[in-house]
Design a protein around this ligand. Structure first.
Ligand code: ADP
Ligand code: MG
Length: 679
């Protein structure tokens, strides 16, 4: 067995791990020996230092010697089981969720004197420890200091430590994959040494350099994969596109605004790619309302004037329609543009497909179904994907392949994410960023109001409507039940109907597509003034006349989401407003978030704050998108290591190093699935 194979072998290949134990591990997603290594000790128990109950510190892992007094095991399921303990200075509860009575009685026998350890919390005037560790029965406790792992329920500290000890003894020496210039930054600590030291109780307060070495490995292997994809795509030679400034000028003449510097810069970067004979694989990143569409359309016209076809894919029908209308307005009449969505009838569809094949149609705009459709393009030169931040690396690569060898790819996303995240999620692409918003944009004034002041809010909307303005009214999911969700929006809708009569519309999840589209169009065409909606209003649609958004239960949303919602307004030149509504008692956290939103309109800054408050995995549902999250690395905390890794990748690329020498590293770090998909 090679060194790597041992690390990637199943957890049950460890001596002493039987089927029962391995099941426990697998429940925690620990499947291989390698996985196990990553459950680093949460803390260390220092038994030289047993504490009295009155001196306990909340939030710390501490060790106490107690007398077990009383069990209380409620009959109602889901209620925690408690064991009351005391010493001569006070009382403490040991709390268990989902543990068997027998197990509890075994580790905390009534009337016994035992030493227990765990994280201290405080509840209803009493200290407590959830799932404490009984140390008296633990042989290891002869050692003065020992590591504490987050225990798999049903496994004792003793057996866990035995297993970990065995694994650590067998950790192989691996060939070094880091270059000397990087190793130097980590004091030449090897991968193996870093692991061993991190599990060593002696290093309780000096994890720094060991941990950093491992975090770097993780980021580095992730970036290597991205680099690999990028290089594969760039290796495909394509026909370069040939065009001049004419298309740009045609569009410039038709719009009544000046392009921002960032828009112009992005266009330049894209043009360089189009004119080269390497495939473009580029992300156009820009906050909501930063004006990505116009960049996409100028690019499209450039490609068309170079005698290629363009396909533009939007996430929803309405957005596709809106892009289509704008394109028709801006493009010269002799360029045929078509819209193809789920609604397109059979005969039109057939005609469109035929005309794409004969090159009569130059640009096709549509939804996701464009991707599935059996379309044979005559000469596809560019695919643009709008607002598809949930497209993973694999899907993008597939798309690029499917487009054929002359097809460039432009992905647009309004997800304002910090640079380290862009490097991670879109690291396989080159990026253009539109940071500055159009000059005529005014700040969106953001207010918070408690629910009881709703009358003031309604009055405010009334005044706006009198000025011919429009408002969004968002009632988010309150409970995880659709029924309740609808009720709250329906109630609000009926409430507002009394005031705004038939000038208010309701959009909720159980409407079908047609009904939904009709209401959105009514709003767009100003047949209604107020749009009540349950969930997030379709991303990307431009409602230039709407200038107010009310968000009820605003604390249900993360910062980035609130910012995205707020971005639905403030696109025109008029003053616009965002009113966040809350129940009376705001938590500290909620207060912080409102403050950030009020003080900033910069999506990138807000997303960084959001990550600090919530952790990066939660950011805008990336977790659901199947994105692999890191075990150790944190895009905010470890920004310097991300940048170091990025520079190292650049060095490797510039030196034209053969990336296959890192294949084992990449396999080790769980990215094998992506690799396999690429061959
Ligand atoms: P997003 O980047 O969110 O896709 P859009 O492309 O939909 O933003 O643009 C939002 C609005 O801003 C549109 O109404 C568009 O016409 C307008 N717009 C785009 N660029 C500029 C600019 N340079 N100056 C003023 N308005 C602009
Ligand atoms: Mg857009």
């Amino acid at each position: 067995m090679s060194n790597y194979e041992y690390l990637l072998s199943d957890i049950n290949s460890i001596n002493g791990v039987g089927s029962k134990t391995s099941k426990l591990f697998k429940k925690k997603n620990i499947n291989t020996v390698f996985d196990l290594i990553w459950s680093l000790p949460q803390s260390f128990i220092d038994r030289t230092n047993t504490i009295k109950i009155k001196d306990l510190q909340i939030g710390k892992v501490q060790t106490i010697r107690v007398h077990v007094i009383k069990y209380s095991f409620p009959r109602i399921r889901n209620l925690p089981k408690k064991v009351l303990c005391e010493d001569d200075t006070g009382k403490l509860d040991c709390v268990f969720f989902n543990s068997y009575d027998g197990y509890i009685k075994k580790i905390l026998p009534i009337n016994s004197e035992i030493t227990i350890s765990g994280k201290i919390s405080y509840y209803k005037n009493r200290y407590q420890i959830t799932n404490p560790t009984n140390l008296s029965s633990d042989e290891n406790s002869i050692k003065k200091i020992s590591p504490v792992y987050s225990l798999t329920d049903g496994l004792t500290l003793k057996s866990y430590n035995n297993i970990i000890d065995k694994v650590l003894q067998n950790i192989p020496d691996l060939d070094e994959w880091l270059s000397r210039r990087i190793l130097k930054k980590f004091n030449f600590i090897t991968w193996k040494k870093a692991i061993l030291e991190l599990h060593n109780p002696k290093n309780v307060n000096k994890k720094g350099v060991f941990l950093n070495r491992l975090i770097f490995d993780e980021i580095f292997s992730n970036f290597l994969i991205n680099s690999n994809i990028r290089q594969k795509i760039k290796k495909t030679k394509k026909l370069n596109k040939v065009f001049d400034n004419k298309p740009l000028n045609i569009i410039k003449e038709k719009i009544n605004f000046k392009l921002t510097n960032d828009q112009l810069k992005s266009i330049e970067q894209i043009n360089l790619d189009l004119r080269s004979n390497k495939k473009m694989f580029r992300l156009l990143q820009g906050d909501v309302g930063s004006g990505k569409t116009i960049v996409a359309l100028i690019t499209s016209l450039n490609v068309i004037s170079s005698n290629f076809q363009v396909c533009l894919m939007a996430p929803t029908e309405i957005l596709a329609k809106q892009h289509y209308n704008l394109t028709k307005k801006l493009f010269p009449k002799d360029i045929e543009v078509e819209l193809l969505t789920g609604k397109t009838d059979y005969s039109s569809r057939k005609k469109i497909i035929k005309n794409l094949e004969t090159n009569k149609i130059k640009m096709i705009i549509g939804t996701h179904s464009l991707f599935q459709e059996k379309i044979k393009y005559n000469s596809l030169g560019l695919v643009i994907i709008d607002e598809q931040h949930k497209f993973g690396v694999k899907q993008r690569k597939k798309l690029s392949d499917k487009g054929g060898k002359n097809c460039d790819v432009l992905v647009m996303s309004a997800t304002p994410i910090p640079r380290t995240m862009i490097m991670t999620i879109f690291g396989d692409m080159d990026t253009s960023i539109i940071k500055s918003k159009p000059k005529n944009r005014k700040e969106i004034k953001t207010y918070s109001k408690v629910d009881s002041k709703i009358d003031e809010v309604v009055l405010f909307i009334k005044k706006q409507v009198e000025k011919k303005n429009q408002a969004f009214w968002v009632c988010p999911l309150i409970e995880e039940s659709k029924k309740v969700d609808h009720q709250s929006s329906i109630k609000r809708y009926e409430n507002l109907k009394r005031i705004f009569k038939d000038r208010v519309g309701l959009l909720h999840g159980s409407l079908n597509k047609e009904e939904k589209d009709k209401i959105l169009l009514d709003f767009l065409h100003q047949k209604i003034d107020v749009l009540v909606s349950t969930t997030v209003i379709e991303v990307g649609i431009d409602f230039p006349n709407a200038n107010v958004i009310i968000i009820e239960n605003a604390n249900k949303f993360g910062l980035s989401q609130l910012h995205q919602l707020r971005g639905r307004v403030g696109r025109g030149v008029k003053d616009s407003f965002c009113i966040l509504m809350f129940k009376d008692n705001l938590s500290e956290n909620a207060k912080k978030r409102i403050k950030i939103l009020k003080s900033s309109n910069d999506g990138f800054k807000i997303s960084e704050e959001d990550m600090k408050l919530r952790g990066y995995g939660d950011l805008l549902g990336f977790k659901q998108s199947g994105l692999k999250t890191f075990r150790l690395a944190d895009p905010i905390l470890n920004e310097d290591l991300f940048i170091l890794a990025e520079n190292e990748i650049k060095n490797i690329e510039n030196e034209n190093q053969d990336i296959s020498k890192y294949s084992e590293l990449m396999k080790l770090y769980d990215r094998a699935d992506i690799l396999n998909d690429l061959v």
